[in-house]
Every structure is written in structure tokens, then in C-alpha cells.
Design a protein around this ligand. Structure first.
Ligand code: B16
Ligand code: MG
Length: 218
């Protein structure tokens, strides 16, 4: 009998590109605090929790603020970010993802979401994918952020799969490390050098084809 497998997809950078909206909101906050924030620096925030992202941003600007102000800025940033998210449609699903999910559905292979974002359910709803996932694990469900494997281990539990039978799709180094720590197969989406710890690396989601998936599964 063939071994049962499950997939766990990261959200930002794998299903949709919300990094560009995070960037606009963080840059506005940085500018209002008197410093600039570049797209290159935004790379440092990918896959990182909201609170940790603010810490990194404040470090870049060498700004020190009180705990109360931090809470205020986190809310301010998220409100602006949600303004962009609320306008999202299914046209923002990254290339190839619909085909992959259709193929997994046709084979009866279950998939979960494993994201650091507390806004993940809203984003999936906006792009019309929320009902497709057998389970959703997001930033509200975990106490330890990636590279800790918690998010993916909860995902495996919800899929009722052993971790070693799960395949994680991730675009962030911390996410690949989390998948490896969970003893799962990892597919990195992005730069091969950056994601060299992943079991497989594909340049972008359009390289993650149904043919690649068929070979992987077989
Ligand atoms: P939120 P992922 C991550 O999503 C983003 O890559 C990261 O930039 C963001 O800070 C984090 O979610 C938290 O997002 O502010 O919406 O809770 O890649 O883990 O799907
Ligand atoms: Mg990501």
C-alpha cells in the first residue's frame, strides 16, 4: 500500500505575495519615525512574526521606544496592511498554485496552511481558498515562531499525519529550518543558495509544476 502523505503550505511567498503590502506598511511606519526602509531590508522580515518584525525595523532605524508605543505602532502598521489585504482577490494567487491544489484534490491528498501570519484566515478568504485547506495553523496558534517547528508539527497533527510523511512548501530560511527541525521534507521557493537547507529548491511557484509534484509523490 502506498504511504499517505500530506502537504503544509506557507502563505506569504508561496500562495500569495503579501510581502509587498507588509513592505508598504512598514516603510510608512519607518518614514513616520524619521528613517528610510528599503525593499532589500524588507527581506529580513519575511516569515518573521509581526512583533519580531517591529524589533528588526526599530533596530534598523536605531530608534528606542516604550512598550506602549510599540503596541500603538503594531496596531497602526496592521491597520494599514489590512487596508491592502481587504482589496485582495483570487487574481493574486501565485502562478501554478491553483493547478497544484487541483491536482492534490484529485488525488485526495490533504493539505494544511502553516503561516506566521495572524491575518492568514482573512487572506485565504479574500483569495477564495479558505475552504480548500483541511487545516489552518497561523500566528494565533503558536507560541514559538519559525524556525521552531511548532507551526508545522501542529499542522501534521491536524492532518493526522506523521511529521515524516509531510511535505512543507516555504519561501523563508526560518521556515525551511522549521520544516527540517520537524523532520519533514521541505520544498524551498526562491534563491537556491539562500534556501540550500531545503530538500528541493524551486526558483518560483511556476517551477512547482504538477509534473514535479507527480515525480515527488511517486
Ligand atoms: P501578520 P508567512 C509571514 O507570513 C510574513 O512573511 C511576515 O513578513 C509577517 O511579518 C508574518 O507573516 C506575520 O504577519 O502581521 O499578518 O501577523 O510567510 O509565515 O505566511
Ligand atoms: Mg513565507
Amino acid at each position: 500500500m502506498k504511504k499517505e502523505i500530506g502537504f503544509i503550505f506557507d502563505l506569504d511567498g508561496v500562495i500569495v505575495d503579501t510581502a509587498k503590502y507588509h513592505f508598504l506598511a512598514w516603510r510608512n511606519l519607518a518614514n513616520s519615525l524619521g528613517f528610510d526602509f528599503t525593499e532589500e531590508q524588507n527581506e529580513l522580515l519575511k516569515g518573521v512574526s509581526r512583533v519580531k518584525s517591529l524589533e528588526i525595523l526599530l533596530n534598523i532605524g536605531k530608534v528606542e521606544i516604550s512598550e506602549e508605543e510599540k503596541q500603538k505602532y503594531l496596531l497602526q502598521k496592521n491597520t494599514e496592511y489590512l487596508g491592502y489585504v481587504n482589496k485582495m482577490t483570487d487574481e493574486e494567487i501565485l502562478p501554478g498554485i491553483n493547478e497544484l491544489l487541483n491536482y492534490l484534490d484529485s488525488k485526495g491528498i490533504k493539505y494544511a496552511l502553516g503561516s506566521a501570519s495572524k491575518n492568514a484566515p482573512l487572506i485565504l478568504e479574500k483569495v477564495g481558498l479558505i475552504k480548500r485547506f483541511a487545516a489552518i495553523v497561523d500566528g494565533n496558534d503558536v507560541s514559538k515562531a519559525k524556525p521552531d517547528p511548532e507551526v508545522f508539527l501542529i499542522g501534521a497533527q491536524k492532518l493526522q499525519m506523521k511529521p515524516e510523511n509531510c511535505i512543507v512548501v516555504e519561501d523563508a530560511i526560518a521556515g525551511v529550518e522549521a520544516a527540517n527541525a520537524a523532520k519533514m521534507i521541505s520544498i524551498g521557493i526562491g534563491d537556491a543558495e539562500l534556501l540550500k537547507e531545503a530538500t528541493y529548491v524551486l526558483k518560483d511557484t511556476s517551477g512547482f509544476t504538477v509534473d514535479f509534484l507527480k515525480n515527488l509523490i511517486n
